[in-house]
Ligand binder design. Structure first.
Ligand code: ATP
Length: 459
């Protein structure tokens, strides 16, 4: 969505910056490619996505256990998982003149040539056959594998090497035994984790879609081998429910069944859940893979520690695993794309975010009709504090006139605006005393609601 931004995506990213959702990382120093900072509204939306996910996949179930493992881990973890090798490298190609770097598979795809799963030399062949040049029109270098992990040194002497984790999943595998030994879960069960992951992407691009620092929400769901198909289907439906819960229209979600010849060697089935991003089309939102017993087996071999589940009856065994893996940034992007709406209200074009109530940064905004009338302000403050106690995420907005406040709140997706006016004070009609105007974001309709019933009305 960068160079190929269509107007809708441009409008969304510019709204996100202007209204404090997402800022470029290190902005005052000219930025740092592949990093973004979440502003006050972005962090609110991000936190809601994560807490709704946790509610659905962890607190809402009996078979799921939470975890928060370290970002830095013993380097042996990454050797055992295969991340230090070619398995976690992307094909890098350079503009021979400018040195600019590209992902060879993306360059080929941008030229209409599918290259998923091909080796570096196969991609070299395709580049030569199709006489592909860099976007600047220059010769391209040979394709080479580039490992995506960020390396770092541990301690003052720098004797030990480590990596910023490129996925949260390995933290789950290395804690498998800890969770089993301490909580004695019944099979099948899952371990879930939300946390940062880092990948030194060759060419970060398309806003939050491909970045170097991001957050993941991952589950490793442990099953007996003979259960995997049944549990895969159940989890697939749960993932669909999740996407529905965050407001994504079913027609904008596609389940891409990764063809057998493109599967990772340890995977028997993988589905990419794709979202129809404006100006880009369907691309990965979340992944769902059956990883067999590959990871636990490798860790058992490399560490010498048994990674077995001991059933009440029968012999200990290494469970197989199903892995739903979600990127928070891609979820936030999809949520914003889905919510972004333009319509006409009172003869004017207006922009609003039709966010589900449970995701909106602010549940409601409260304002006095006029900010220079102390009786209105005092009453409005009382209503504001009452709602704040109830919901927490309540905005106080007394800038400009009421119409402008509505537009501002529409643009950040606040589902309702409450206005305290002279009728609230009972000055014009005693029967309206202690009632307020509640204006609905989507329809613009206004209702009169008693303050005493406001919290339940807004729920
Ligand atoms: P892609 O093919 O798009 O590079 P991937 O298949 O490597 O993604 P996974 O390793 O399956 O991704 O990671 C799981 C999820 O983490 C992805 O579905 C995505 O939501 C998120 N993710 C992975 N890499 C990035 C990135 N560089 N920037 C933002 N999100 C990412």
């Amino acid at each position: 969505m960068n160079e190929k931004l269509d107007t809708k995506m441009e409008k969304i990213t510019s709204l996100a910056k202007r209204r404090g959702f997402v800022f470029p990382g290190s902005d005052i120093y000219g930025g740092l490619k592949g990093t973004w900072d979440f502003g006050p509204l972005g962090v609110a939306l991000n936190n809601r996505i994560k807490s709704e996910w946790w509610k659905m996949f962890v607190d809402g179930r009996e078979d799921m256990y939470g975890l928060d493992s370290s970002i830095l881990m013993n380097e042996k973890v990454w050797e055992a998982s295969g991340h230090t090798g070619a398995g976690f490298a992307d094909p890098l190609v350079e503009d021979a003149k400018t040195g600019e770097r590209f992902r060879a598979d993306h360059l080929l795809k941008d030229n209409g040539i599918e290259a998923e799963g091909l080796s570096a030399s196969e991609m070299d062949g395709l580049i030569a056959d199709n006489e592909l040049k860099s976007p600047a029109g220059n010769q391209l270098s040979k394709v080479k594998d580039f490992n995506l992990m960020f390396e770092t040194q541990i301690g003052a002497e720098g004797k030990y090497k480590s990596y910023l984790r490129p996925e949260t999943a390995q933290g789950i595998f290395v804690n498998f035994k800890n969770v089993v030994d301490t909580l004695s879960p019944k099979m099948p069960f899952g371990i879930a984790q939300i946390g940062k992951a880092f990948r030194n992407e060759i060419a970060p691009r398309e806003w939050l879609f491909r970045v170097r620092e991001f957050e993941q929400m991952e589950i490793e769901y442990f099953v007996r081998e003979e259960q995997w198909e049944e549990e895969f289907e159940t989890l697939r439906l749960d993932i669909q429910k999740w996407h529905e819960h965050i407001g994504l229209a079913p027609e904008n979600i596609r389940e891409y069944e990764v063809p057998e010849n493109d599967l990772a060697h340890y995977s028997k089935r993988t589905i990419d859940f794709e979202y129809n991003y404006p100006g880009k089309g369907f691309d990965e939102l979340a992944g769902f893979a059956y990883r067999t017993d590959h990871d636990l087996k490798n860790h058992e071999e490399a560490s010498g520690v048994k990674m077995r589940y001991v059933p009440a009856e029968g012999s200990p065994f290494i469970p197989h695993v199903l892995e739903p893996s979600f990127g928070v940034g891609r979820a936030l992007t999809a949520v914003l794309c889905e919510a972004y709406t333009e319509d006409e209200m009172n003869g004017e074009v207006r922009t609003y975010l039709k966010l589900p109530k449970h995701l909106a940064p602010y549940r409601v905004a409260v304002s006095p009709l006029l900010k220079n009338k102390p009786q209105l302000v005092e009453k409005a403050r009382a209503v504001f504090l009452q709602l704040k106690k109830e919901f927490g995420n309540v905005a106080w907005d007394d800038n400009g006139n009421v119409g402008k406040r509505y537009r501002r709140q529409d643009e950040i997706g606040t589902p309702a605006c409450v206005v305290i006016d002279f009728e609230t004070l009972g000055e014009e009609d005693a029967s309206l005393k202690d009632t307020v105007t509640v204006r609905d974001r989507d329809t613009g309709e206004q209702s009169r609601v008693a303050i005493a019933e406001l919290a339940s009305y807004l729920k």
